[in-house]
Structure formats: C-alpha cells, structure tokens
Design a protein around this ligand. Sequence first.
Ligand SMILES: [Zn+2]
Length: 91
Amino acid sequence: MIVKAIPNDPKTARAARAMLGMVNQQLKVSPFIAGKIWMVESSMSGKLHEYMVCRGDQGEWSCTCPDFQKRGHQTPCKHILAVRLLVEQRV
Ligand SMILES: [Zn+2]
C-alpha cells in the first residue's frame, strides 16, 4: 500500500502516519501471543522503545505506551493502529 499524502481527518491521518512509520521501519511489529498480544518496537527519534499491544476478548485494544495511557481508551495510539493494519488489513 502506498500512502501519498496525510489526510486531513485526524483519525485517518494517524492511521496513515502509523502506516508510514511501518514503511520507514520505525515501527516493528512481532506477534507475541497469536491474535492477542503483539510486541511493537518503536525507534522514533533515535531511541528504541518496546511496547505491548493487546486485544481483549471483546475486541478492545490496549497498549502499554505513555501516549495511550495518557489519552485513555477512546483513541488508539499508533502502535495499536500498526497492529490493526497488520492483522485486519484495515483501520
Ligand atoms: Zn502505543
């Protein structure tokens, strides 16, 4: 998939940035427990961080990154979006 421009809609824009991040190898997703937990390695701004993205039994998503903790559970962070793109092929 080729992302040509960042859309104006903030939700779509975040998804597009997550996609771009994966393309640029800034986010590396590896399955930890099949269909449930993924490890996401983020190498933004030269520092390597590792977060865990989980999918609950009701299909709810959570992430261990500070961004997700701060924003609460309504807004998925880029790690969740990256995993969702990978497993569902959609956002
Ligand atoms: Zn996150």
